[in-house]
Design a protein around this ligand. Structure first.
Ligand SMILES: Cc1cc2nc3c(=O)[nH]c(=O)nc-3n(C[C@H](O)[C@H](O)[C@H](O)COP(=O)(O)OP(=O)(O)OC[C@H]3O[C@@H](n4cnc5c(N)ncnc54)[C@H](O)[C@@H]3O)c2cc1C
Length: 367
């Protein structure tokens, strides 16, 4: 007879941790199972650490709604708990005559979603704001910022535990099935076989979420792996804010981000892979050429390979961008299973809003 737990969360990345905190704080009995020996070592450990304002995503998408709400919650959370963050603002820089209409379209979309403070800049405005940058026009987003993602995950884990959640490491779920009264999870814990039954289960396993969802759902595609390389940039940063080109298929373009110490880094590109492969293969000259389109004074010698992140894509190269996957399965006799699939950017910004929405779903649909 398997042990029965009320709520099990699979995956201890930023999403699973935010959901564990939210569910524990409304009184649910929560176990979070993480395959790795430490929390937050998956997709969440290799991002740009940007708090996105929310202007890129289609109206009525989960990405738009959760990013805007998540941004507000994240700034409040970080300020109240002393988690490192800075509201640096961001410039999106366009080149040539075709760029300005794209910026106007981004601004219109952001305005419609209620993103505050978006302002179009002329070439002269841009030169004044950041003299090292070149562009024919720019969009200024004052609400964009940066966050210490590891500090954030530590704070979320601490609050989840303080509210009673059990965070269990080295515990991998290898199979899900549905049974009367709950979800059966099979796997291993510290090398020993494990079988658990949960009345309610959240699949927040990042790359692992796809295969687990396929155990109980038809038509789940992916994951497709879109790697993104980052180079750090030695010496002084070329601008005091984040700088992005116009978005490109599969990503937001090779951009400048700053860490909380003011160190500049550039990335990520989009390099499709066959598997969860973190090898650093980017060519420094290609990278430098992309950056020089908006920062002509870049010194390629100051670029040093930093790390590779991997996006969990629901669709492959060339397909239109997919929304976050949210697939809920209610069980006849109460309880249920919710899969969060393909939580790519802006998943870090959205994590607290996902927690809020999952907690509401638990009470409304899985009670
Ligand atoms: C290159 C890149 C840049 C990004 N930049 C930004 C950004 O600037 N701003 C932003 O908002 N978002 C950004 N994102 C998106 C953000 O990082 C992700 O959306 C977020 O980290 C996803 O978190 P997660 O918890 O879903 O996944 P993960 O962090 O991967 O967590 C899932 C966890 O589940 C565990 N697991 C997997 N399988 C199993 C199993 N079978 N059993 C038990 N445990 C399992 C894994 O070990 C892992 O710890 C970026 C992403 C990438 C790749």
């Amino acid at each position: 007879m398997a042990d029965t737990v009320d709520t099990v969360i699979i995956g201890g990345g930023v999403v699973g941790l935010a959901c564990a905190r939210a569910l524990a704080q409304v009184g649910e009995v929560v176990w979070l199972l993480e395959a790795a020996p430490a929390l937050g070592q998956g997709i969440s450990s290799r991002s740009s650490e940007v708090i996105h304002a929310g202007l890129y995503y289609p109206e009525n998408s989960l990405k738009a709604a959760l990013c805007c709400r998540g941004r507000e919650l994240l700034y409040e959370f970080c300020a109240a708990r002393g988690v490192g963050h800075q509201r640096l603002g961001k410039l999106i820089v366009a080149q040539g005559e075709g760029g300005a209409p794209e910026l106007e379209a981004l601004k219109a979309r952001g305005d419609a979603l209620g993103v505050p403070g978006l302002t179009l800049l002329t070439e002269a405005d841009l030169r004044q704001k950041a003299p090292a940058l070149r562009g024919t026009a720019a969009l200024w987003s004052p609400e964009t910022g940066i966050v210490d993602s590891h500090g954030l995950m530590l704070a979320l884990a601490g609050e989840a535990e303080a509210a009673g959640a059990q965070l269990v490491l080295q515990t991998a779920v290898t199979r899900l099935s549905l049974e009367r009264g709950g979800v059966v999870l099979e796997g291993t814990s510290a090398g020993a076989p494990l079988t658990l039954k949960a009345r309610r289960c959240l699949n927040a396993a990042g790359f692992g979420a796809f295969a687990l969802a396929r155990d109980v759902l038809d038509g789940v595609e992916g994951p497709y792996y879109a790697a993104g390389h980052y180079f750090s940039y030695g010496g002084q940063a070329p601008a005091p804010c984040l700088v992005y080109p116009l978005p490109e298929p599969g990503g937001l373009g090779i951009h400048l981000t700053l860490d909380l110490g003011g160190q500049a880094r550039f990335g990520p590109d989009v390099a499709w892979r066959e598997s969860e492969d973190y090898a650093f293969t980017a060519d420094r000259e290609c990278f430098a050429a992309a950056i020089q389109s908006y920062f002509p004074g870049l010194d390629p010698e100051r670029l040093s390979p930093a790390y590779v992140g991997l996006r969990p894509k629901r669709v492959g190269p060339g397909a239109p961008a997919a929304d976050f996957g949210w697939q809920a399965q209610s069980l006849e006799d109460g309880g249920g299973l919710l899969h969060l699939i393909g939580i790519e950017s802006p998943g870090l910004t959205s994590a607290l809003a996902l927690g809020e929405r999952v907690a509401a779903h638990w009470q409304e649909a899985f009670a």
